[in-house]
Design a protein around this ligand. Structure first.
Ligand code: PMP
Length: 362
């Protein structure tokens, strides 16, 4: 009902992800900021993507091709899918909103585990759905058994964030397919795979595999992480054409600008750069995790480009101390976790800066 919707919407608060960088610089008199709060790629985009964007600037007077056909063609060939199985949006955030808009109606139940990416809750409440929030398992992964037990006649969507933000953990190999086999066919499973490219387990199945196998799955991915294009805002989803159709009906025709589309398209071509990014991330993640453990902090098993760390003290205090030194980490306070931080893997130099600052606080 309208009343229920109003009550739901009043639960929403404006979401501002962290203090503005310019404000931090000004407030603390800093020249340089080490950004480890937003899971950006510290090495930036491929030079090929940058050149393509510069070229696209010259055509700025022209509307972009509405569906990003070239980008869809590239994705289709990369994943051996059909270009009609992709929808490109203004960041994965936009794609998640579109999926919600297409599928969530008044009173629908939307299941996911928490702590996780906050967008599932926001879009559910906004559209009059009922968020069914379950805890993560003991090892901080999505609790697929409890999700199955919570499915009712009103369940419309299940969101699974894999790797999960903020914990970096993934569902154990083999478990997702077993789960999909038990989900009733009228329920759609949305796999948020913003960080999926960082998973390095041999034979680990992802949304691409599940769509090809015919499961009712929509996978969501982004150019913000591995491809280092967070500032350009390009994300996409992949699904059967049948599941995609209602989403296509609610998308804006020109949500993705031509510069961003050109950058994302070219980024897909630079296989070598992708490998470099993955190697650097892996090497620095292993090193940072080890050093943080030696400092006495506890970590989850991350398969992404960030670490979820129990700092064993008031994390707001600690992150304010680090901020004064120009180092930004994400305190997990919005998730109700008073001692945990999510820390992006930076360059070797950035990570050293963090470690030096942390040693001073101990
Ligand atoms: N899903 C998850 C799990 C994320 O962590 C993020 C970004 N932090 C997004 C989606 C949104 O990504 P984008 O930048 O493409 O909007």
């Amino acid at each position: 009902s309208k009343e229920q919707w109003r009550r739901n919407v009043t639960q929403l608060k404006p979401y501002i992800p962290g203090k503005a960088i310019e404000d931090v610089k000004r407030d603390f008199g800093l020249a340089e900021i080490t950004r480890l709060a937003s899971n950006e790629n510290p090495l930036g985009p491929s030079p090929k993507a940058v050149s393509a964007m510069l070229r696209a600037l010259l055509d700025s007077q022209l509307y972009p091709e509405s569906t990003c056909r070239e980008l869809r063609e590239k994705l289709a060939s990369l994943y051996e899918m059909d270009q009609d199985q992709f929808l490109i949006g203004n960041g994965a955030d936009n794609v998640i909103s579109l999926i919600g808009t297409a599928y969530i109606n008044d009173g629908d139940e939307i299941i996911y585990c928490t702590p996780t990416f906050p967008a599932y809750r926001t879009i559910t409440l906004l559209l009059g759905g009922m968020p069914i929030e379950l805890p993560l398992t003991g090892n901080l992964t999505f609790d697929l058994d409890r999700i199955l037990d919570s499915i009712t006649d009103r369940t419309k969507l299940i969101f699974i964030c894999n790797p999960n933000n903020p914990t970096g953990t993934i569902v154990e190999k083999g478990r997702l397919e077993a789960f999909l086999q038990q989900v009733p066919p009228q329920v759609i499973v949305v796999l948020d795979e913003a960080y999926v490219e960082f998973i390095e387990l041999e034979g680990y199945l992802t949304g691409v595999d599940f769509v090809k196998k015919g499961y009712p799955v929509i996978f969501v991915r982004t150019f913000s992480k591995l491809y280092g294009l967070a500032g350009t805002r390009v994300g996409y989803c992949g699904a059967s054409h049948e599941l995609l159709e209602p989403i296509l009906a609610v998308r804006e025709p020109f949500a993705v600008n031509r510069i961003a589309a050109a950058g994302a398209t070219a980024a897909l071509d630079d296989e070598e750069y992708k490998i470099t990014i993955l190697q650097e991330n892996k090497r620095e993640m292993v090193r940072l995790a080890k050093e943080l453990q030696e400092l006495g902090y506890a970590l989850s098993d991350s398969h992404a480009n960030f670490l979820f760390v129990d700092m064993k003290e008031d994390v707001v205090n600690l992150s304010n101390t680090l901020m004064r030194e120009g180092i930004l980490i994400r305190p997990c306070i919005a998730w109700g976790l008073p001692n945990h931080a999510r820390i992006t893997i930076g360059t070797a130099e950035q990570n050293d800066r963090l470690l030096t600052a942390l040693r001073k606080t101990i």
